[in-house]
Design a protein around this ligand. Structure first.
Ligand SMILES: Cc1ncc(COP(=O)(O)O)c(C=O)c1O
Length: 370
């Protein structure tokens, strides 16, 4: 009797061009990682805060200038290892800019076509960097439109939507593999207080905070995770209420604060959230930039203000300890916004009172909120 099985010819091992391309692509991505050392941990001295150590993990020093270099590499590895990225795949991404810069870099490395879907307000240096790496930019009017347009472009081109907002939390190996959390905690090991009291991080995809929160639990550490959110973002309300369907108007701080609750935002690993006013974020970014002698971006300002809010509470309670946060990217990308007084005035943001309070807190330990 004839079998109803259908046999196709099995190619001999090594005769599949897509697999060969995949091997080569993975090797190029891993070689790129091997050429980088770990990013710095910076510990400035703030004389108004005796007994409280503040560390900044400086992710601006990656080859593509932001923490998103790690994510972009992970998304490429994830797509290739799942067989979704093949030699001639067009890559599409929805982004507020930083991730697209890093993805354009990796697409260029692999010789692939890349299209970034971004709000029209995305900073010019990011757009220039994407184009420099051969990427195309497709603009939308509002941050909430990026997802549907990216999906549509992927359908039209038969391409692959990298979808950082969904895949960030799953493409990153949260248990280790030199992820951001493992890197932070290993660098802290030789410090006087190797287990920080808090790690403070803002959320865009939510992927970085998810990795840090999961790692803390996996390693049974006493550290707590505080996520800082901004005006116009859905995350804080979703965390507070438990309602993931919350929406918001959209954020002014590039990279963080989203109009919807992104699938990579994992509220269960967050111990505390703080809402930081935008004026405080921009003021904190300016103060930190002056203290570090180089500009940091607005989301780093949000992180810094969150750290200071926790330091203020520790100080009130007479506690000492260590706090860690991230420098997400350089402020050179935001000369037209965060570092432009006219833009701040147009946005009706008065950062002067926030600046004065932050300076007084850092130098004299006087109340941050007075
Ligand atoms: C400048 C900047 N800071 C912070 C973040 C937030 O990181 P995550 O997406 O891991 O939440 C992003 C994300 O795009 C970013 O671009």
């Amino acid at each position: 009797m004839m079998s109803d099985h259908c046999f196709t010819e099995i190619l001999p091992s090594g005769a599949d061009p897509a697999r060969d391309w995949g091997r080569h692509a993975i090797e190029l991505l891993l070689a790129d990682a091997r050429r980088s050392a770990d990013t710095h941990m910076i510990k400035p001295v703030f004389k108004g805060l005796p007994g409280i150590s503040i560390y900044f993990k400086d992710e601006s020093t990656h080859p593509t200038g932001s923490l998103k270099h790690r994510l972009a590499r992970s998304l490429f590895l994830y797509g290739i290892c799942n067989g979704r990225i093949r030699p001639d795949t067009t890559l599409i991404e929805a982004s507020s800019g930083s991730t697209a810069v890093s993805e354009a870099y990796f697409a260029h490395l692999l010789g692939m076509k890349f299209i970034a879907v971004m709000p029209r307000s995305t900073s010019h240096p990011k757009v220039a960097a994407i184009r420099q790496f051969g990427g195309e930019c497709h603009f939308v009017d509002h941050a909430g439109e990026v997802y549907a347009v990216a999906e549509q472009l992927a359908r039209e081109t038969g391409g692959h939507y990298l979808d950082q907002f969904t895949n960030a939390e799953r493409a990153t190996d949260w248990r280790g593999n030199n992820n951001i959390a493992q890197s932070i905690f290993e660098q802290m090991q030789a410090e006087a207080e190797p287990v920080p009291d808090w790690v403070v991080m803002s959320a865009g995809t939510g992927g970085t905070s998810a990795t840090i929160g999961r790692y803390i639990r996996y390693r049974n550490l006493d550290t707590r995770l505080c996520v800082v959110d901004v005006e116009g973002s859905a995350f804080y309300e979703a965390w507070r209420s438990g309602d993931a369907s919350v929406t918001a108007s959209g954020s002014r701080i590039e990279g963080i604060g989203r109009p919807r609750v992104e699938p990579s935002f994992i509220p269960g690993v967050i111990d505390h959230m703080i809402r930081v006013p935008d004026a405080a974020s921009f003021a904190a970014a300016r103060v930190l930039s002056e203290r570090l002698f180089r500009r940091v971006g607005g989301s780093t300002g949000t992180n810094f203000y969150g750290v200071l809010a926790i330091a203020a509470q520790m100080q009130r309670e007479g506690r000492t300890g260590a706090l860690v946060t991230l420098i997400c990217d350089s402020g050179e990308r935001y000369a037209a916004t965060c570092f432009n007084d006219d833009w701040l005035a147009q946005q009706k943001l008065d950062i002067a009172p926030w600046r004065a309070r932050i300076e007084d807190f850092l130098d004299n330990g006087r109340s941050l909120t007075a």
